[in-house]
Design a protein around this ligand. Structure first.
Ligand code: ADP
Ligand code: MG
Length: 475
């Protein structure tokens, strides 16, 4: 039996205002080559200047990954020729990265946790983008992306299953979103993942030859590519062939060879002469540590153990920070945690999906929703009316009072208990045989009586209250 050994390299594009060594704006989807300066193009006589915001983002992520943060680090030049690399080299980190030796405990679907070590976290610049589909004959180049700050997070080869790999990637995506340093959008490439995978016989302590898989543009693609590549390598080994050290790409169905791996020496790394080494005072690192928001793992634990949410509910709410924040805001407004979770994961998500809106842009302030929820709790309106009738109107006009909408739509439940008792008495009087049958033990008839009373009220009587009163009367 073989087991897979996997280590992931994850790149997160930093959502800072400016690029990491150049002044132009960080953008996505803009007209090509609008946000390009002479620095990013490597014109002679230009010099890079390190963007402090990028360093801080990298340090915050390093801290969130439990890494040791370097109080002194420097950049290196990685030299290679490629059309999307106008300078002919990439400024990156090699011997002295910003952070090392972290760890994460990823949460698996079955509820267990698995440790994945973080080898290093480094700051570097992105390349431009080759556009293969804009012109029938030529590949075009867009340098808007060239020079945008990236952090690369390199894991130890501690991953053993596709599920662990997917959970690890989801964990990183959650973290960068919570820290607000990257939107984690894999389709748009702001979060990218390369997977290194090798095989060994179960029980072996040494590693086999690894293959690197590129272009994994979703979490599920990562899982599928690892399954496929595992099967491919097993077959090679069983046939007595060797696994080649190569870079492959995932085409959606299979992994196909891209190129044989260059050795590290080919890049002729050397310390970047245009940038001085960076000193990061310990006090500054402490400040950044103190500024970290509550991290998703801690929030998840709190939601499950203190607030009593299910694992599924808490997982959904910690997927991205705006959900968690909305939840916490509702809790502060005294909404019961279970109720808050079911509104967010139910009605709100349904609305966001239907409108293709992100949670950040959800228009209804938590106070308004809390008012609506309290009207349900106080039995002024039914949950169905709140969810299906008032909620959509409230989202469309968040400045309106839920109570006004309820009045206008005539959705207020009957508060008059005397009137309710009259109807109940009428219904019971009209159905003497059914009352007899009920009294003999056919308690299923309760629903029938409730239905009759609610109908008589024109839908205004609260079914739960009616049920309680009838049961009391017939007891
Ligand atoms: P490179 O520059 O070749 O991409 P890195 O050091 O950036 O190398 O990344 C190497 C990645 O490969 C790490 O995530 C590491 O855990 C993983 N790795 C190293 N050896 C193996 C192996 N034998 N099998 C699987 N993954 C490995
Ligand atoms: Mg690498």
């Amino acid at each position: 039996m073989y087991e897979m050994v996997v280590g992931l390299e994850v790149h997160a594009q930093l959502q800072t205002k400016a690029k990491v060594f150049a002044p132009e704006a960080v953008t996505f989807g803009e007209r090509p080559n609008r946000y390009v300066s002479v620095v990013s193009l490597g014109y002679p006589g230009t010099l890079p200047v390190l963007n402090r915001a990028c360093v801080e983002a990298a340090v915050r992520l390093g801290l969130a990954l439990g890494c040791e943060i370097a109080t002194e680090f420097y950049f290196s030049r990685k030299n290679y020729f490629y059309p999307d690399l106008p300078k002919g080299y990439q400024i990156t980190q090699e011997a002295a990265p910003i952070a090392r030796k972290g760890e994460v405990w990823v949460r698996l679907p079955e509820g267990t946790r698995h440790r994945v070590g973080i080898e290093r976290l480094q700051l570097e610049e992105d390349t431009g983008k080759s556009l293969h589909d804009q012109d029938p004959f030529d590949t075009l180049l867009d340098f808007n992306r060239a020079g945008i700050g990236l952090v690369e997070i390199v894991s130890e080869p501690d991953i053993r299953t596709p599920q662990q790999a997917m959970a690890y990637l989801a964990h990183i995506r959650r973290l960068v979103r919570f820290l607000g340093i990257c939107d984690g959008n894999m389709e748009e490439g702001s979060l990218r993942c390369d997977a290194n995978i090798s095989l060994r016989k179960q029980g072996d302590s040494s590693f086999g030859t690894r293959v690197e898989i590129k272009n994994l543009n979703s979490i599920s693609a990562l899982g599928k590519a690892l399954e496929y590549e595992f099967a491919r390598q097993v077959e090679l080994i069983e046939r007595g062939e060797k696994v080649l050290r190569e870079t492959r790409t995932w085409d959606g169905m299979r992994t196909v060879p891209l190129r044989e791996k260059e050795t590290a020496d080919d890049y002729r790394y050397f310390p970047e002469p245009d940038l001085p080494p960076v000193r990061l005072p310990a006090s500054h690192i402490h400040e950044l540590a103190a500024s970290l928001p509550q991290l998703p793992d801690a929030l998840f634990e709190e939601m499950v153990t203190v607030q009593g949410l299910s694992i599924d509910e808490a997982t959904l709410l910690t997927e991205d920070r705006p959900y968690a924040e909305y939840f916490l805001a509702l809790i502060r407004l005294k909404v019961a945690p279970k109720v808050a979770a079911s509104w967010i994961n139910g009605a709100i998500r349904a609305y966001l999906n239907a409108q293709a809106v992100a949670m950040e842009a959800f228009p209804l302030p938590p106070q308004r929703l809390a008012e609506l929820i309290s009207m349900v709790e106080n039995r002024q309106i039914s949950l169905t009316a709140a969810r299906e009738e008032i909620f959509p109107l409230l989202v469309a006009e968040p400045e309106r009072e839920p109570m006004d909408i309820a009045r206008e739509k005539d959705l207020l439940l009957l508060q008059d208990s005397h009137q309710m008792d009259t109807w109940i008495a009428e219904v019971l009087a009209e159905n003497p045989e059914k009352v007899e049958t009920y009294r003999r033990g056919k308690t299923g008839l309760l629903g029938y009586f409730v239905g009759q009373v609610v109908r008589r009220s024109g839908g205004k009587a609260d079914p739960r209250e009616v049920q309680r009163r009838i049961a009391e009367k017939l007891a």
